[in-house]
Design a binder for this molecule. Structure first.
Ligand code: ADP
Ligand code: MG
Length: 316
């Protein structure tokens, strides 16, 4: 199968949508950003052996590549516009490509991100998705802007994806034996099929003072928000939202640790000014004080994920 056959067969039919003037097939795509809005762009790369394993189906990989990239748009309060895909493949395996493009297509539709271009090359499996969105000029949600006295919130539940990954990798077989099939599915899908919080981000664009998505773990991402805003964040570990499946699998103490430091949940962490009513999807987990860093009544046992600080085995 040639490069052009691959593009035509698997990646050329996902490209239509509002704002797409010209899609796959020419030397560049043409997009129309609504007038009075700024273009927001973010890129994420998944590398075989580092970000995923053979345990992940090609469908899930395709879905996940889009959803994790789209999470950065959610964190900015962006309206999705389009995406591109740079795909490096060791071979042209039709079964793999069919599965991958099916998952990619599902996420593309679910998140409103038509595929308008990309690049296809041969080499070690690497998947780079660039997402584009827009927000009214000056209104994108930033990491800066949290101020003293505000409350700190998250969407959804935390720590599930970390346990889901353990289950997928078969690292903790004893966990699986405690769960029924629905609970197992729930936790593994929290890793394999994350859902970028696009709708929530759009609501927060009008109200939140600062926002970040939780990709590397609450502790590490809260640290980014704290640094960007120049404030201290106080987290009450008793308030962390934990799913029943996670607590059942690992017990409350480990669930709290997972919520604090395991990554891959793709929820949003944000602050709201005092006078604003928290939306239904928000759980208050703490508040903002003067100072720096994070304070929590439970110390995390691990730091969050950092590609360049994982010791010899993690060296790039
Ligand atoms: P060029 O040689 O001009 O850079 P390519 O031959 O790389 O163009 O790509 C041809 C067309 O197919 C372009 O519109 C490009 O954006 C698109 N394309 C290539 N690979 C992909 C892919 N994996 N997914 C979506 N579109 C792709
Ligand atoms: Mg060209």
């Amino acid at each position: 199968m040639s490069e052009f056959d691959i593009i035509r067969q698997y990646f050329s039919a996902l490209g239509g949508g509002d704002g797409v003037v010209l899609s796959v097939g020419d030397d560049a795509a043409a997009l129309q950003v609504p007038s009075g809005e700024s273009l927001l762009v973010s890129t994420d790369t998944l590398v075989d052996g580092r970000h995923f394993t053979d345990e992940l189906l090609p469908e899930d990989l395709g879905f996940r590549a889009v959803a994790t990239a789209a999470s950065d748009l959610a964190a900015m309060g962006a309206t999705p516009l389009a995406m591109t895909l740079a795909l490096t493949l060791p071979s042209s395996d039709p079964l793999w490509l069919q599965g991958f493009s099916t998952g990619l297509s599902a996420a593309s539709h679910a998140l409103g991100l038509p595929l308008v271009g990309g690049d296809t090359t041969r080499g070690p499996l690497t998947i780079t998705v660039t997402v584009m969105g827009s927000a009214p000029d000056g209104q994108a949600l930033l990491r800066t802007g949290a101020t003293v006295g505000e409350q700190l919130f998250v969407t959804g539940t935390l720590g599930d994806a970390g346990a889901g990954l353990d289950l997928l990798m078969g690292r903790k077989p004893e966990l699986a034996s405690r769960l029924d099939l629905d609970e197992l599915d729930y936790l593994t899908q929290r890793f394999s099929r994350p859902m970028a919080r696009i709708e929530e981000g759009l609501v927060l664009r009008a109200s939140a003072s600062a926002c970040i998505d939780i990709s590397d773990g609450l502790w590490g991402d809260a640290m980014h928000l704290s640094r960007a805003s120049g404030v201290k964040l106080v987290i009450d570990s008793n308030k962390l939202p934990l799913s029943p499946a996670l607590t059942k699998a690992v017990g409350r103490e480990v669930a709290v640790q997972s919520a604090l430091t395991a990554g891959d949940d793709y929820e949003l962490l944000f602050t709201l000014p005092h006078q604003s009513t928290p939306p239904d999807f928000a759980t208050c987990i703490g508040w903002v004080e003067a100072g720096e860093g994070i304070t929590c009544n439970t110390e995390p046992r691990l730091e969050s994920y950092d590609h360049f600080q994982m010791g010899a085995s993690g060296a790039i």
